[in-house]
Ligand binder design. Structure first.
Ligand code: GDP
Length: 182
């Protein structure tokens, strides 16, 4: 079945977003404690596709060894999944482009892994401010990418952006062809 991975800096609002997308409270628990989602969680949606909840990156107080472990783990997962259709990279819409997010996007690009951007917490500031940060991020990405990825502006608090993200997934699912093994 097709898979869609969600990843981002710790506290970016990943659990809240997944909760909004699956609309089943309690399925992906939101946590105040950063770093709680440690392992990969799969959520089967409509018995036809998976949301894959990947552990967050960018923890402030994490040793080099555990960061390297994380990188190896994520790299293994992301580069080996044949059914992985798209990685949604979550970006806090309140922030100016962050180096760690840009680097992660570039790495996905280098690996040829399709990705889209999901800007979170859009309710926390004005629309124009969000648009400004989106434009800045796109501008930064333009240095590396000829074609900019799709992006979605969301607020889990106000339930905004859900249809856009799910509509995008539906469209990609229509083109999904089962990998053949011979
Ligand atoms: P995670 O660590 O990336 O899974 O982030 P969480 O989903 O646990 O959210 C981190 C914090 O941000 C929590 O306090 C959430 O209530 C808050 N949060 C998440 N999404 C939104 C949003 O869309 N709007 C607002 N205002 N707060 C949010």
């Amino acid at each position: 079945r097709p898979e869609y991975a969600f990843i981002g800096r710790s506290n970016v609002g990943k659990s809240s977003l997944i909760n909004m997308l699956v609309s089943q409270p309690g399925l992906a628990k939101t946590s105040q404690r950063p770093g709680k989602t440690q392992l990969i969680n799969h959520f089967l949606i409509n018995e036809s596709w998976y949301i894959v909840d990947l552990p967050g990156y960018g923890y402030a107080r994490v040793s080099k060894t555990s960061r390297e472990k994380w990188e190896k783990f994520i790299r293994n997962y992301l580069t080996k999944r044949e059914n992985l259709q798209c990685v949604f990279v979550l970006i806090d819409s309140r922030l100016e482009p962050q180096q760690i997010d840009l680097e992660f996007c570039c790495w996905l690009g280098e690996c040829g892994i399709p990705f889209a951007l999901v800007y979170t917490k859009a309710d926390k500031q004005s629309g124009p401010k969000t648009d400004q940060n989106v434009a800045k991020f796109n501008k930064a990405l333009k240095q590396w990418f000829e074609e900019l990825p799709s992006f979605f502006i969301t607020s889990s608090e106000k339930k905004q952006g859900k249809e856009m993200v799910l509509g995008f997934i539906d469209e990609v699912n229509q083109d999904f062809v089962m990998p053949t093994f011979d």
